[in-house]
Every structure is written in C-alpha cells, then in structure tokens.
Ligand binder design. Structure first.
Ligand SMILES: Nc1ncnc2c1ncn2[C@@H]1O[C@H](COP(=O)(O)OP(=O)(O)OP(=O)(O)O)[C@@H](O)[C@H]1O
Ligand SMILES: [Mg+2]
Length: 504
C-alpha cells in the first residue's frame, strides 16, 4: 500500500511509563493546538507488517508545559498579563490520546493482539471497509439502522447477528427505545423476500405502533413491496377455552387448591371428550352446577372463579384471530393492548400469545418469528412477589426459543425489574441513555461484553444514541439511530402541544 492510499493520519505513538503494551498505547494527535482530529470513542488503526491493529480512543489529555507550574501561572495571573501574550503557549499545546487495542485484522479475520505497537508508529483513521468487516457488519444485506456514533460508517448488522439470539432494548424513559423499534420494524418490512423475512408479532402496550398500518411502500423506498401490517385490538381477542388446562385456569385465579384443580381437570376432560366443537366458560359453569360428585363448596368456588374469568370477555369457543393466520413471513401483527387498563388482562393475553407462539413454532406450524414486547418488566418481572402469568412462558422462549427461531425483542425502561433469567438469555442488548444507578449496575452485571468506561458513557448518551453489546457487533459499539422513513402524523409531541390542543 502506498502512503497515498492509506487513511488520514491522526498521530504518532509515544512511549509512556506503561506503554505501548499489548492492550494499550498513547499517541500524540496531529493538527493545530485547537483542532480536534480524533474523538473519544472513535476507532483508530495502525498498519503493521502482520496486519492492521484496531483500537478505540478511550480518553484524550491536553497538555502544555507553560501551564505545568501552578506558581508560575499564578504569578503571571496576578500581574494581569495572560501567559499567551508573553510566550508562544499555543505552540506548546498538544493532545495525547489513550487508545485500547481491540484486535488485529489480519488476512481478513480478527486475531487476538499478541504484540505491542512500536513507539513512533503512525496512527490513522480506520479504513471503512476494514472496520465494517472487523465489526462484522453486513453493509449489503444487513439492517440499516443508523450510523456509528464517531465514524462515517453505516451501522448495518446482519439479521442473524442482531436477532437470532434475542434482543433486549434497555434505557430510561424517553431515550429512544420505541423509536428504534419503529426503525427496526421498517427495516424488517422492507426486506426482500429472497433475503428471508421474519414474521413479527408486536405487543403494543400503548398503541404507539398502530400508525404502521398506514405505512406506504413508497416511504420504504419500494414500488411494489409486498408487506402486510395487521392491527388487532386486544378487546377483539378471544382465547379458546378448550386450550386451557385446569392448571392454566388455576394459574389465572391464583388461589385454587390442588383438590379443586383435580376436580376441574375431571370436568374439563369430560367436556373435551363430549363437546368437540369447543365450549365456553359458562358451559363449564353450567356443567359444574349439576355435577353431584363434586362437593358443594368446591362447585361454588370454581363457578365463582370461572364467572369472574368470563367477565373479562377474553375467552370464547374458538381462537380469534387464529395465530396461524397472523404469523406470516414479512408480516407485522400489532396486538394493541391500549384498550385495557387492567394489567391482569394484558398479562392473560401475553401469556396466551407466548405459549401459543412457542407451541406452534415447535411443531413448525408457523414460520420463525420475533415477538416484540414493550414494557417487558410488567410481563416477566424479577420479583417473586409480583404475580405475572406470562413470566414462565417468556422465560421458556428465552431459554429454548433460539434453537427453533422463536425470538424475543424485549423493551424495558426498568431493567432492574426485568427477570435476570430472561435478560441473561438475551445475547444482544441495545442500551440507550440510562442514568439510574441501580439500572446501570444491573445492565453491567447482566451483559458480559460491557466495560466500566462504556457503562459510564451510557449516562451521557443523547436521545437516539445507543450502545450495542453482544453478538450484533464484535466489540461494544456506539450508534446513532437513523431517522424514521415514515413519520406518523397526529401524535402529540410534548406537554405544550397537548395543553394547546386541549385549550382550543
Ligand atoms: N433516533 C431518533 N431520531 C430522532 N428522534 C428521536 C430518535 N429517538 C428518539 N427520538 C425522539 O425522542 C422521543 C422519545 O423517544 P421514544 O418514544 O422512542 O422513547 P422511549 O425510550 O420509548 O420512552 P418510553 O420508555 O417512555 O416509552 C421520540 O418521540 C422522538 O421524538
Ligand atoms: Mg417507548
């Protein structure tokens, strides 16, 4: 390679007390005293005989020998003469960057670094093609989600790397989680059939994705795109009673005794054998009332619980809609829970969805799917005290789903409240701004690849910026999420807009 074809020079490696060593080196930046040629977080490279060393700037230190002695500075200060009016201070100002070595790119693959770079070596901006391969991005077929935060490089991880081992999206409220999910959904919708398309089921707790049903193929840059978005109001949902075992009903009411469950099981088995077309909860109650073999007390208790369940309006003879019809490649099914205030009703729906999806996927009755779950801490909480019906189902998908591509995308603004079992099964995490120390600590403990310095940076991220950790990229990477291609209309964007509208 000639000097001309190499990337821009950033600086020169210097000797320090501890380096350069295998993992770290410092370099003096080129450019004028006030120029910023490299930024914290930026990837840099050193070309050596055996390959390109890739490193990341951890910190920048500015020094100037004229300002090293506090006494001298104080002296000139008291005379009222700035130092720079007497000495050429600017000429002596320079910046030292501390860089951490991430790997050696050699013969188109990453090798663990095994030597220290030489003092005097030239540090350069990383060649974009090399960086993309080093980070394992797939610029051609990947999902175009944004740009690297400190580099002019598109962030396009492959579908496999981002989603095949579950994804957790964590941050404080308002940091850009749901916005990122809409960008991800845009990418999934605009995927060509030949590249393989996932089926997506979104549990839309606040109804904030319903606008996707109006999305046009033009917005996604297609002319004749074949995609489908189905909006399903949870109040129209119907869970087939036939599908519920006595244990499942027991779980729904929480204090059913084992004797009561046994009696109920006998009743259900009779009904399943005689009423092949299905039955409702009130059919069960009617049958129970006349069953002399069950004690009067049990009959009364079971009937009471079943009537209460029936009043939720969530149960019926058959499944509405049929899960097989809503889970299709390239299709997004939005299960809109915004009609419900009751957390229990939301949990019943999510519980049913999770178990049906897993069951059908295991038998290959539906294609590989992604279940997007907003407010995940409400459905699979860490605390044992909070009763959450779907918890065990979601934990099962988290543990076993990846083997047959039943995949999760969990979103939470309270990571500390989210089940650690589930969180630790998410090999990929997208972490947006987060300032709560308990949440940060929990994130640090549950994701392997994250170091202290990256964790500190999470508190300073801007809205729409995220740290991707895990299998998505080879090293933790800061990303700026791209703007949406399709912007929903009619949404109120803040308090002042809301009060203006209300006052009209
Ligand atoms: N990548 C981005 N580009 C531009 N604007 C963004 C981006 N990400 C977020 N925003 C802005 O920030 C607002 C809040 O983002 P978002 O609704 O995604 O937050 P959130 O993390 O889902 O919060 P909550 O936990 O309360 O649901 C958005 O309405 C949007 O205006
Ligand atoms: Mg949100």
């Amino acid at each position: 390679m000639t000097e001309g074809s190499l990337s821009t020079r950033l600086g020169t490696v210097v000797s320090t007390d501890s380096g350069p060593n295998v993992m770290e080196f410092s370099f003096v930046l080129e450019g004028g005293p006030r120029e910023i040629v490299a930024r914290r977080g930026e990837f840099v490279s050193i070309v050596t005989d055996v390959g390109t060393v890739i490193a990341r700037v951890q910190d920048l230190v500015r020094t100037n020998r004229y300002y090293q002695h506090a006494e001298a500075v104080r002296e000139y200060q008291s005379r009222g003469e700035p130092l720079r009016s007497i000495f050429p201070t600017d000429r002596w100002q320079y910046t030292v960057a501390k860089a951490r070595v991430l790997g050696l790119w050699s013969n188109n693959r990453t090798v663990r670094p095994y030597f220290a770079v030489s003092p005097g070596a030239v540090v350069r901006r990383v060649d974009e093609e090399i960086l993309a391969s080093f980070l394992k991005l797939d610029l051609e077929e990947g999902l175009h989600l944004g740009q690297l935060a400190y580099q002019n490089l598109e962030f396009a991880p492959s579908l496999d790397r981002l989603l095949s081992k579950h994804l957790a999206i964590l941050a404080m409220s308002g940091a850009g989680k749901s916005y990122f999910v809409s960008v991800l959904l845009e990418e999934l919708l605009s995927r060509h059939k030949e590249r393989g398309r996932l089926a997506v089921v979104v549990v839309d707790v606040h109804g904030e994705y319903t606008y996707l049903k109006d999305i046009t193929s033009d917005a996604l840059g297609f002319h004749k795109a074949k995609f489908e978005v189905e909006h399903i109001r949870a109040s129209h949902f119907q869970i087939p009673v036939q599908m519920l075992s006595a244990e499942a009903m027991g779980a729904l009411v929480s204090d059913m005794s084992s004797i009561q469950i046994r009696d109920l099981r006998r009743v259900l088995s009779f009904m399943q054998n005689t009423l092949k077309e299905g039955y409702t909860l009130s059919d069960i109650v009617e049958y129970l009332q006349n069953d002399e073999k069950i004690s009067r007390n049990t009959r009364e208790a079971l009937s009471g619980w079943l009537i209460n369940l029936d009043e939720t309006g969530l149960f019926g003879k058959e499944a509405v809609p049929s899960i097989r019809n809503i889970v299709k490649p390239g299709k997004i099914a939005l299960v809109d829970l915004s009609d419900f205030i009751s957390l229990k009703k939301k949990q019943i729906i999510v519980s049913y969805l999770a178990s049906e999806l897993l069951h059908l996927r295991r038998r290959e009755a539906i294609p590989p799917f992604l279940l997007v779950l907003e407010e995940a801490h409400q459905f699979c909480p860490e605390s044992r005290h909070e009763l959450a019906l779907p918890k065990s189902r979601i934990e099962t998908i988290a543990r076993e789903g990846r083997k047959f591509y039943a995949l999760l995308c969990l979103i939470s603004q309270r990571p500390v409240k989210l089940s650690t079992t589930v969180l630790s099964q998410c090999s990929n995490q997208a972490i947006f701004r987060c300032t709560n120390p308990y949440d940060l600590d929990h994130i640090g403990k549950s994701s392997e690849g994250i170091d202290r310095s990256s964790l500190d940076t999470i508190t300073t991220l801007e809205i729409g910026e995220a740290l991707f950790v895990g299998e998505t990229v080879s090293v933790p990477t800061f990303v700026k999420i791209r703007p949406r291609k399709y912007e929903p209309t009619g949404f109120i964007k803040g308090l002042s807009e809301a009060v203006k509208k209300a006052d009209r």
